[in-house]
Design a protein around this ligand. Structure first.
Ligand code: 9G3
Length: 569
């Protein structure tokens, strides 16, 4: 491609709304442009990268035996009513009406559509297993789009759905997708981890998230310093090492603590460590109120709490609800004196061992000390309700847990029969018995993967594309197109490289050298060949964008050099 004819609107300055490197660089390098908040256009170079990632995904999905289809973005509301999701989702689900005033959704995902296709097209165990996938635009009206294409309202996803006759079949389909994802992200040059994750609203048992490691990642990963354990913080289970305290339980005392509301203030005011205090947090889980007790130095994990009650919706109670349900002001809530209140009290395992703890007294400016579970209050259920902490023992091997941040680029789920039952997608088994198909679903954020790779591969001058998904492999630069020798050599090299099958972006613009080199660093192609002062001697400079290492070569050494060098990038 000649750069003099390439539509590449680079920017000198950093757009103010771009907070992270990938967003800044993809805008500055002319790869994307925002149409409106959370909605992006992909310009020629950006689209070439998207196509490369899509091609890798397609190859590995086909290799796994999955079959590519295309499903509509416009989906009738009736399908979503069959699964109850029309009512379950809020403003994030984009809805529209057609000319006959019928309701539709703009597809954020395709479980309903693909299950209706399976229901109509499969009726016998002989036709299973099947894995159908598509690579298509999804629509989710994010409340706060941010980070460019990482959290946008329209994005490209590969979504696959497997249908099996047995759970063992699902396990095989799931493993095939897990392995395909490992190959895909490896080929994209990404540093990633597959982590145990929570199934969330989609339900089903067993799910992994594929996380691109990055400090700007919204997710926290708890991983083991020695074994292969890794889990989303939402899911990471805490190993309960019960160590009942030997301390004798003393009589509770009411203490005046004017204006002391937070655990920190309480610990300072009473000069007691945070682990001697109990946090009491009121939640609403579906229609019931739950008071969750947690040790003062721990963090409540609301996903674990939600799963303890298998609830669909969880929310922190408002100040008014705390007053109405517990008769206590916020900041002074405690587990004592709740008999007769319409609330269920649960607690994290660590609370069970506490003796003579400090809790809220249930009235303004008062706390209680020497509070002991069993003696002073009862707990309906203990469970793992806290976030794991760095340094906690790994649930798999006991070694230290560490934290990292990640960008979720893939997610694989074992759905079970959640959709097939609701939509009566059944098959007749060997005995002619009607059974619901057993499903799995598998997503990859294609556009998000591009941004995650940029997050992991850039420097202060610009992007550093791995060869596998770079928009072009080689940046050929004629330093001064007015110089006869340079232009002649550059033009002939361009033809030679194309004939050798390389993807070449040839900067033939009548621009100053400095501008050309800055743009080349910004766009970030893996290898740069500069035709400059030594053109007359047939000598060019080759520079590897990733390492900065460069060397001068005569043109007859060039093809061997490229073969050896590009295979490593
Ligand atoms: C919605 C809206 C947002 C959503 C969903 C539904 C996330 C929704 C989960 C999934 C599960 C899997 C197939 C590919 C892999 C992921 N956000 N999810 O179901 F209506 Cl507005 O999408 N789907």
């Amino acid at each position: 491609m000649r750069q003099s004819s390439l539509f590449l609107p680079t920017l000198r300055e950093v757009p103010s709304e771009a907070e992270i490197a990938s967003h800044q660089l993809m805008l500055r390098a002319g790869f994307i442009r925002q149409l409106v908040s959370g909605v992006y256009s992909y310009l020629p170079l950006g689209y070439r990268v998207l196509r490369k990632v899509t091609q890798i995904v397609r190859e590995e999905m086909d290799r796994s035996g999955a079959q590519e289809i295309s499903m509509p973005a416009i989906q009738p509301a009736e399908l979503w009513q069959e699964t109850g999701r029309w009512e379950a989702y809020g403003p994030e689900l984009m809805r529209l009406k057609d000319r006959h005033d019928r309701s539709f959704v703009l597809g954020p995902t395709h479980e309903e559509v693909v299950t209706s296709i399976a229901r109509d097209g499969i009726n016998s165990y002989k036709k299973l297993p099947v894995n159908l996938y598509q690579i298509q635009t999804k629509y989710r009206d994010e409340v706060r789009p941010r980070f460019g294409v990482i959290r946008s309202r329209e994005f490209i996803m590969k979504d696959a759905y497997s249908f099996d006759t047995t759970r063992e079949g699902l396990d095989r389909s799931y493993q095939a997708m897990y392995d395909a994802y490992t190959r895909i992200f490896t080929r994209c040059g990404m540093d990633f981890r597959a982590v145990d994750a929570d199934a969330g609203a989609i339900g089903g048992k067993g799910t992994h998230e594929f996380m691109a490691l990055s400090d700007i990642g919204e997710d926290t990963i708890a991983y083991c310093s020695s074994c292969n354990y890794a889990a989303n913080l939402e899911k990471a289970e805490v190993v309960y090492q019960g160590q009942p305290s030997e301390e004798a339980a003393a009589e509770t005392e009411r203490i005046h603590t004017p204006g002391v509301k937070t655990i920190q203030q309480l610990a300072e005011f009473l000069a007691v460590p945070a682990e001697n205090t109990v946090k009491s947090l009121l939640f609403k889980l579906d229609q019931q109120y739950v008071l969750a007790l947690i040790r003062g130095d721990h963090e409540l994990n609301d996903v674990k709490l939600k799963n303890m009650f298998d609830a669909n919706v969880i929310s922190m109670a408002s100040e008014q609800e705390v007053k109405d349900i517990l008769g206590s002001p916020v900041g002074f809530v405690g587990p004592i004196g709740l008999e007769g209140k319409k609330v269920t009290v649960v607690a994290d395992h660590a609370v069970k061992d506490m003796v003579n703890a400090v809790t809220g007294a249930g009235e303004v400016d008062y706390h209680l000390k020497n509070v002991t579970p069993g003696k002073d209050f009862s707990v309906q259920q203990y469970g793992d309700l806290r976030n794991i902490k760095e340094g906690d023992p790994c649930p798999q091997c006991g070694e230290e847990i560490r934290f990292a941040r990640g960008i979720e680029v893939g997610h694989v789920f074992k759905l079970g029969t959640r959709y097939s039952e609701k939509m009566k997608a059944t098959f007749l088994d060997e005995q002619g018995k009607e059974k619901p198909m057993i499903m799995g679903c598998y997503g990859i954020g294609i556009s998000r993967t591009v941004a995650a790779v940029v997050e992991q591969n850039h420097d202060e001058n610009g992007i550093i594309w791995p060869r596998s998904i770079a928009p072009f492999e080689i940046h050929l630069i004629a330093v001064n197109v007015k110089n006869e020798d340079q232009l002649k050599l550059a033009e002939s090299l361009y033809e030679t490289l194309l004939a050798a099958g390389y993807e070449v972006l040839y900067d033939d613009r009548p621009e100053r050298a400095g501008v050309k080199f800055k743009d080349a660093d910004l766009v970030g192609l893996p290898l740069r060949i500069t035709v400059g002062a030594k053109a007359a001697e047939g000598v060019v400079e080759c520079k590897v964008r990733k390492t900065g290492e460069s060397e001068e070569l005569s043109t007859d050494q060039l093809l061997d050099y490229l073969k050896a060098t590009l295979s490593k990038l």
